[in-house]
Design a protein around this ligand. Structure first.
Ligand SMILES: [Zn+2]
Length: 96
């Protein structure tokens, strides 16, 4: 019999929705980019697992070198996208 009290496995956003980040999916990748500096948010803010975070970072770099994404700012057309996470309230507090 299955344990009814077993906690549901903690999964990050992308694992839960079974999304594989892709450099052509600029709309998704833009949501991991800061609107002020264009930097990629850290793992403690995005709440992604190690694997997905690395994938997202790699795909963003790929998209940027392919000219699909801006480097120092967020593409203005994505600024009003719904937020996947709150950058001001990190899921895991910063380690510094
Ligand atoms: Zn994950």
């Amino acid at each position: 019999m299955e344990n009814p009290f077993q906690k549901e496995k903690q999964q990050c956003l992308l694992c839960r929705l079974k999304i594989i980040p892709d450099y052509k999916n600029v709309k998704l990748l833009s949501q991991f980019q800061s609107p002020y500096t264009g930097r990629i948010y850290g793992k403690h803010i995005t709440g992604l697992c190690e694997t997905q975070q690395k994938l997202v970072e790699a795909e963003i770099v790929k998209a940027q070198s392919a000219g699909l994404m801006a480097t120092y700012l967020k593409e203005p057309c994505y600024l009003k996208d719904p937020k996947l996470f709150d950058a001001d309230n990190p899921i895991r507090p910063h380690r510094f």
